[in-house]
Design a protein around this ligand. Structure first.
Ligand code: 3PG
Length: 208
């Protein structure tokens, strides 16, 4: 976990990426790195995702490359074989919880209620993805948990925009946020790499 915490301390925004072709992987990772980001998450939602993840790791060796949309034990194995540095899940089923606990890899399990967060803490997770952030209560929800569950940190993801980034990141229980706004699917498909690098820079600039 220490590498992940160090990376998000330098740049607390994790781009959530949907990559359709392996050819997009290297220029995309390079653009995000040029934009100052230190981590990225490739969602396992396309046939190219795993190969793209491996490609991104070699194209951007300084970045931590995670796998998102982990839904099954098979996804964990495949992501680890592809070289993922960390895993992100939208939630945990009982079987996925068992599989994730057995692995020695940084994992941010998704939660959207206080009870889920408490269950994950009992299982050993203290840094959780809050998903779907905007739909599940957003900033007021996280503020409400900061008192009773002050031992937990969250990476809200889902519906976050450039305009909301600063507010989320000002919360004491939010060391990082995730989102696709700086590298939306349309920009990736269009190959507008400089635009993506600029959006990443702009996203981080709100923290200055
Ligand atoms: C997702 O569901 O892909 C992630 O949570 C990112 O959501 P976003 O596209 O709303 O940023």
């Amino acid at each position: 976990m220490s590498d992940f915490l160090a990376a998000i301390a330098r740049a607390p925004i994790v781009p959530v990426l949907t990559v359709e072709t392996v050819e997009e992987a290297a220029p995309l990772a390079d653009a995000l790195m040029r934009g100052g980001l230190t981590t990225l998450e490739v969602t396992l939602r396309t046939p190219a995702a795993l190969e793209a993840l491996t490609e991104m790791k070699s194209a951007a060796p300084g970045m931590l490359v995670g796998a998102g949309t982990i839904l099954s034990e098979g996804d964990i194995d495949a992501a680890m074989k592809a070289g993922a540095d960390f895993l992100v899940t939208p939630g945990l089923s009982p079987s996925l919880a068992t599989a994730v606990i057995e692995q020695d890899i940084v994992t941010l399990p998704g939660v959207s209620t206080a009870s889920e967060a408490m269950t994950r803490f009992d299982e050993g997770f203290a840094f959780l993805k809050f998903f779907p952030a905007e739909a599940a209560g957003g900033v007021p929800f996280l503020k409400s948990l900061a008192g009773p569950l002050s031992h937990l940190d969250f990476m809200p993801t889902g519906g976050i925009t450039a305009a909301l980034a600063k507010t989320y990141l000002s919360l004491p229980n939010v060391p990082a946020i995730g989102g696709s706004w700086m590298a939306p699917k349309a920009d990736i498909q269009a190959g507008t790499w400089d635009k993506i690098a600029e959006s990443a820079k702009t996203a981080l600039a709100v923290l200055d």
